[in-house]
Every structure is written in structure tokens, then in C-alpha cells.
Design a protein around this ligand. Structure first.
Ligand code: IPM
Ligand code: MN
Length: 356
């Protein structure tokens, strides 16, 4: 029997509710496809601060590194907002990404036909959108030195080396080869040196992939193009901060940020998490949408374990629940046949994913 170990980091807010549903679905498909997943829970973010005083205890890093993959919910909440930066939940997540060296954050944006009216944008603009944001995750202004807050002045440094840009660019081109063979590299090279290096390096890497067409786009224009005509994009590759912002924007093409998964990949490790946050305002009410977490689990099966059939089962099941009109509250006003809870949504997907 094929066996995989998964570090389970539920985190804060709606994190635990949505991860429980992802596990439910994983258990259902693993039985069907004949593999076994064992889980090890670890603390991160506010949940870790409350127990250990630290947003990421050493033990969490050890567990995450020792397992075959990490499945993560969300972190943060108002009760930890006033802590100094080093003690904040977000710092824990950033340290985890860095420790696992997951430099490539893949954020696919799928517009489900069934939810075409859930977006605030016109159906004809978004119908058929299928793009992938490839965000550099462990460099750029999030990590650049020097940084500081001194009296009336504060600063951060957006810094990239050619090696860092090369590896994320290669990842983007590899992905484009399996998709529609187009890469849009997003930067601000009309203003920033770091973006000029980014652009030069991506152009160099492009020569290794003659089949893929490369275009460069300034980030302000990209933000506009994403909602003007999202279908022009296939793979978008960009730095840490621009990728953070553009992926939130792109999520709205799908109608709800509660739908979009992500995979963060490095040479060795893989971290899978929904792109949404911990939504403390709706935590514990059973109304959170577990689809992003469940779809992240499907990405884990596909990218980390090569369990393609199991991943497809989940992806098909998600489409089917939406087609049949089951909706959590975030997407409830759109063609809902029945509004369901977080756990009902998870159970339906688990059932459909293991039916055939
Ligand atoms: C994300 C989040 C994180 C980020 C925060 C929570 C540190 O917004 O995963 O997009 O900025 O990377
Ligand atoms: Mn973000």
C-alpha cells in the first residue's frame, strides 16, 4: 500500500473547520484509490502563540520537514494583532515557508461555469478564464534586508538575485509547457532596479523554452488587465508582493476567495494552503467555504504524491456539488439550490469523490 505522511497545521479562525473537511475528503479518496495518509498535527500562528508564546515553535518546523507534505489552513486574528512583528502569527507562516524553502507559490484561478454569476464581473468577461499565478514566495520585499522601523522612518528592501529569479522563472515556464504555453512576467521595471533584473533574467530563461511565448507587463497594467480581459492570461509569474496582491485580485474572478487553493513547492518540500485568510469574523459558525482547502488537498495529491486519479476525483466532486446547486454562505446568493454548512459541503464532496 502506498503511504504518505502529512503535517496538518490547522491554524486559527476558520482554519480548523476547513482543514477537517479536507481530511474528510482525503480519507474518502484514499480508501477508493488504495493509499494511506497518516497525519501529524502541528501548531502555527495564534494557536501556537497561545500555547508556546511563539508563532512557530521549533517542533512545528521539525514535523513539517519530516512529513511528505504540509496541509495548512489559515492563521491570524484580532487578538494577536498588537503583538510586535516578530511575534505575530504571519511571521510564523513566513518562517515556515522559508524553512521549507518553498519558493514557488502556484495559485490557479478557475472560474467554475456553475458560479459564473457569483463574480461581480460580467459573465462574458470571465467565462472560460483559466490562469495560474506563479508567485515567488521566499524572497523579495517580504524578506529583504535591511528592514526597520526607527522613529519617524521605516524601510524594507525589495531584493532579488538572478538565481532566485531563474528558479521561479523556470518553474513558470515548465508549468506553461503543460498548459497554453504563454508566460506573462509582471514587474515594475520602469521604476525599480530590482524589477529590471527580474525582467532581464526572465528573458534569459525564456530562451530555454522556445515553444513558450513570453510577454512582460508592468504590475499596474496587469492589475487592470486582469479584470478587463482575464482570458488573455495563461501563466503569470511575479515577485512576492506583486503576487500576493494580484492573486487576491484574481480570486474575485471566481466569485469567492473561499474557492481558490494553492501549492507552494521547493526542491524537497510542499506546502498546501487555501489562498484566503482565517476569517475570524465567521469562525466557528459552520458557514466557511471548505472548497479552497479541499482543492488544496487535491493539489497535494497531484503535485506531491502523484495521485492524479484521487486528485481528479476531488476536482470532479467539487464541480458536481456546484453544478447541483449546493452553496456555502459566501456563494449562496448565486443560483443556490441549497445552502449548506461547512461540514455538509465537505461530506458531499467526500461522497461524490468516492462514488464511482
Ligand atoms: C497569503 C497571505 C500571507 C502573505 C500573509 C498571511 C503573511 O496574505 O498567503 O497570501 O502575505 O503571503
Ligand atoms: Mn495574501
Amino acid at each position: 500500500m502506498r503511504k504518505y505522511s502529512v503535517a496538518l497545521i490547522k491554524g486559527d479562525g476558520i482554519g480548523p473547520e476547513i482543514i477537517d473537511e479536507a481530511v474528510k475528503v482525503l480519507d474518502a479518496v484514499s480508501v477508493k484509490e488504495g493509499f494511506e495518509i497518516t497525519y501529524k498535527e502541528a501548531l502555527l500562528g495564534g494557536a501556537a502563540i497561545d500555547v508556546t508564546g511563539e508563532p512557530i515553535p521549533e517542533e512545528t518546523i521539525e514535523i513539517a520537514k519530516s512529513c511528505d507534505a504540509v496541509l495548512f489552513g489559515a492563521i491570524g486574528g484580532p487578538q494577536w494583532d498588537d503583538l510586535p512583528r516578530q511575534k505575530r502569527p504571519e511571521t510564523g507562516l513566513l518562517k515556515l515557508r522559508k524553512a521549507l524553502e518553498v519558493f514557488a507559490n502556484l495559485r490557479p484561478v478557475t472560474v467554475y461555469d456553475e458560479l459564473i454569476n457569483a463574480s461581480t464581473l460580467k459573465p462574458e468577461v470571465i467565462k472560460g478564464t483559466d490562469l495560474m499565478v506563479v508567485r515567488e514566495l521566499i524572497g523579495g520585499i517580504y524578506f529583504g534586508q535591511p528592514r526597520g522601523y526607527e522613529g519617524d522612518e521605516a524601510y524594507n528592501t525589495m531584493r532579488y538575485t538572478k538565481d532566485e529569479v531563474r528558479r521561479i522563472a523556470r518553474k513558470a515556464f515548465e508549468i506553461a509547457m503543460k498548459r497554453n504555453k504563454k508566460v506573462t512576467s509582471v514587474d515594475k521595471s520602469n521604476v525599480l532596479e530590482v524589477s529590471q533584473l527580474w525582467r532581464d533574467t526572465v528573458s534569459e530563461v525564456a530562451k530555454e523554452y522556445p515553444e513558450v511565448s513570453l510577454e512582460h507587463m508592468y504590475v499596474d497594467n496587469a492589475a487592470m488587465q486582469l479584470i478587463r480581459d482575464p482570458k488573455q492570461f495563461d501563466v503569470i509569474v511575479t515577485g512576492n508582493l506583486f503576487g500576493d496582491i494580484l492573486s487576491d485580485e484574481a480570486s474575485m474572478l471566481s466569485g469567492s476567495i473561499g474557492l481558490l487553493p494553492s501549492a507552494s513547492l521547493g526542491e524537497k518540500h510542499g506546502l498546501y494552503e487555501p489562498i484566503h485568510g482565517s476569517a475570524p469574523d465567521i469562525a466557528g459558525q459552520g458557514i466557511a467555504n471548505p472548497i479552497a482547502a479541499i482543492a488544496s488537498a487535491a493539489m497535494m495529491l497531484r503535485y506531491q504524491f502523484g495521485e492524479i486519479k484521487a486528485a481528479e476525483r476531488i476536482e470532479q466532486a467539487i464541480k458536481r456539488v456546484l453544478k447541483e446547486g449546493y452553496r456555502t454562505k459566501d456563494i449562496a446568493s448565486f443560483d443556490a439550490k441549497e445552502v449548506v454548512t461547512t461540514s455538509e459541503m465537505g461530506s458531499l464532496i467526500a461522497q461524490y469523490a468516492s462514488e464511482f
